[in-house]
Design a protein around this ligand. Sequence first.
Ligand code: BGC
Length: 773
Amino acid sequence: MGERRLEIDPWRIVETGFDAADGRVCRASESLFSVGNGAMGGRANFEEFFSGESLQGNYIGGVYYPDKTRVGWWKNGYPEYFAKVLNSAFWPGVDLYIGGERLDLAAPGAVVGDFRRELDMRRGLLTREFTVVLPKSGVRVAVEARRLVSMAEPELGAVSYKLTLLSGDNLAVAATAFVEGDVRNEDANYDEKFWELSSLDRDARALTMRTRKTGFEVCWGQRVAVSCADRRLSGENLSAGERVAERFEAVLSAGQSVVIEKFVGVASSLNHPAGELADAACGVAQRALEQGFGTVLMAHEAAWAERWEGGDVVIGGDERAQQGIRFCIFQLLQTYTGRDSRLNVGPKGFTGEKYGGSTYWDTEAYCLPFYLATCGEEVARQLLLYRYKQLPQAIENARKLGFTGGAALYPMVTMTGEECHNEWEITFEEIHRNGAIAYAIYNFCRYTGRQDYLFEGGAEVLIGIARFWAQRATWSEPKGRFVILGVTGPNEYENNVNNNWYTNYLAAWCLKYAIDAVGYVASRDPKHRAAAVSAAELARWAEVAEGMFLPVWPESPVDKEGIFLQQEGYMDKEQVMAEDIPVSERPINQHWSWDRILRSCFIKQADVLQGLYFFQEFFDREVIARNFDFYEPRTVHESSLSPCVHSILASLTGRAEKAYELYLRTARLDLDDYNREVHEGLHITSMAGSWLSVVEGFGGVRVGCDGRLHIAPKLPEGWSSLAFRLHYRGAILAIRVAAGEVAVSSENGVEAETVIGGDLYKIGKEEITIKIG
Ligand code: BGC
C-alpha cells in the first residue's frame, strides 16, 4: 500500500498510492474521478469487487424519487417530499476470480502496488492501473482499466478492463461482466429501496428497473467482448433477478492477459416509449460492441475536443491554478450540455447524493454565465426555459403560502418545479432565490443583446416574480418605507432577519426591471400576454421599489463612509473576526452549536457582497471596496459559493493578493478538500464561480452599463499569461492576455465590439493587440 498523492498536472488529475484502510480518502477519490456526459454519470467506484469503504453512485439526469420528508416538527406549507437523484444500477461491474480467489483491493493481506488513477480531462477518460498480490495464493496480477461515459452517444457507458497475470501457471481466470440493479441510496430517509424490477430479458441481456412512486423506467443493455491471446471467448449468460451478468473463463500463465470490453446502453422512459427501452438500450450497446472500445473512445474524444474548444482557459506560469480551473470546467461540461431543457445543474452533479441532484439558485446566480460564454446562447437559454416551464408551479407554490394574483415564488430546491426543501428557514425565508432567477434573465439579455427573450417567457417570469415581491414587502409606519421581514439571506448563518440588504435591494431591482420588461413588450407587441399588466399594478410595483428600505451603517451617509448592512441589528452582534476562530474550530458548522452560529456575526457566504457583485455597475468602486473590507474578515466561506464572489470583488477593487488566495480556494476547493467534504461529492455549481473569478475577476470581462463587453484584465503576480474564449453575440472571441497586452480576435469572423482600456474596438478575424496598464 502506498501513501495517496494527487499530482499537479495541467490536463490530468493523477492519484498515486492507495490505502484501502483510509475509507474517507477512498470515497473522496471516487468523487474526484467521477465521469459523466450531461445525461448521466457516476462516481469512480472500482469496476471489480471492493469490500472497502465506498459510496456507490450512478445517476441519470431527471430520474428522481420523492423521498418522504423527515422533519422533527411538521409545519404547514412544508413539501411532502424531498426529490432525490437516484443511485441507479451499477453498470461498470466486472467481477474477477483468479484461481478461485476474488480480486478485491481491500481484502485483508492484499498488497497493492503501482496504483495510479488518472482522469484525463482533455479526453474525458478515467484510467486506473495497479498490481496486486492476492493474499491467499500469493499470485500477482496487473490491471489496466479504462472507463468513459460517452460524450458522443448520451446513452452509452464503456469499460475496457485488462488483467495480466504476473506470476503463476495455468490459473483459471473467471471474469463476470455485470449490471447490478439492486442498489440503494445512502441518504434514503426511511431506508426504502427506490427501485423495483420491471423486467429482465435474459436473452437480450437487458435489465429494466422502475422507480417506485415516480414510475420512471430505465433499461440497461449490456454487450461484452472478452479476448485472450487474440482469441474471442464465449460467455455464459448468468443474468437473473435484478442483474445482467455474463461469465467468461480463460486459463492464463504468467505474462498472459485477458481483455474485457463492455458496453452498456442506458435508455430511460424520459426519452423512449416504455415498450421500446430494451431495444434502444441494447441497440446502443450492440453498435458500440461492433465498433470496439477504441472507436467508441475516438468519437468520445472528438466530442470532448469540441467542448474544450469553447470552454478552455489557459493559464501561463501557474500549474496549480491551471489544473484547478480545468478541473472546474471539465466538471461543468460533463454535468450539463444543454441538450435537454428538462435537466439542470445539481450542486453535486453526478458525483454524489447530497443536495439530491436538484436545482438551486446556484444555476442562475453562478452557472448561467459560464454556459452562456463557453457553450453559447442556445445552451444557456435552455436553463432559462427550464424555469419558464416551471412558472405554473412557482405560482402554485406562492399560492400555497398565501400570495395571490399570479405571484410566483420559485422553489429553493426542485426537480419538477415543486418546492421540495423542508427547513422552514430556507423553504419559506430564503426568498432571495426569486431575485437570482430574474437576474439571470437580465444577465442573458444584456450579454446576448437579445431582448427578444422577454417575449419568449422572460417577461412572464419577471411579472410573476414582481407580483411576489410587491406582496411580500410590507409598509412600515415608523420607517415610512417598505420593509421585508422574516427572511434568510444567502448567509444561512442567521435566520428570520428583517431587512436583509441583499434581499431588499434585489426585490426593489426586480420590481423596476419587471416594469421595464413589461414596457418593452407592450410597446412592441401590445397583444402579448406579458403586456396585460394594469397601470395600477405597475404603479404599485414602482411605489414599492422606490420606497424600499435599505439598511446602512452608520445610518448616514453611506455613500461617503458607510457600509450596506447585512440586516437590521447586525451591528448589535459582537464584532469579531473570522481569523480569530481557532483552526481547530473550523469549519464552525462542524464544531459549534447552531445557536452559537446564529448569535455570532460570522457570515457563511457572500451576501451584501453578492449584491455588489451582481450590480457592480451601479456602485462606485470605493463603496464596493469599503463593503469588501468590512465583510471579508467576517465571512467564513463555509459555502462553496462564497470565495469566488469575494475573489471577483477583490480583483475589481485592486486587492490582488486576496483575489488570488480566494481564487485558489474556490478553484481547488475539491482537489485540496478545503471543506473536508469531498467524500460526499463535488461542488459543481461553485465551479462556475471559479470560472467567473478567472474570466470576470482576473480577465475583467463584464458587460457594462453601456451594453458593451468590457475587458480589463489584471493578472495575478505569478501568471505569465491568461487565454480564454467567449461566445459573444455570434462571435467566438479568443482573448489572450500577456506582458501588459491583450490580444483579441473573432475566430469565426463574426464582428463584435469590445471596450478595452476605455476605447471601443471592432473585433474581426484579424487579431488586434492593445496595451493595457
Ligand atoms: C448554500 C446555498 C446553496 C446550496 C447548494 C448551501 O450550502 O448555502 O446557497 O444554494 O448550498 O449549493
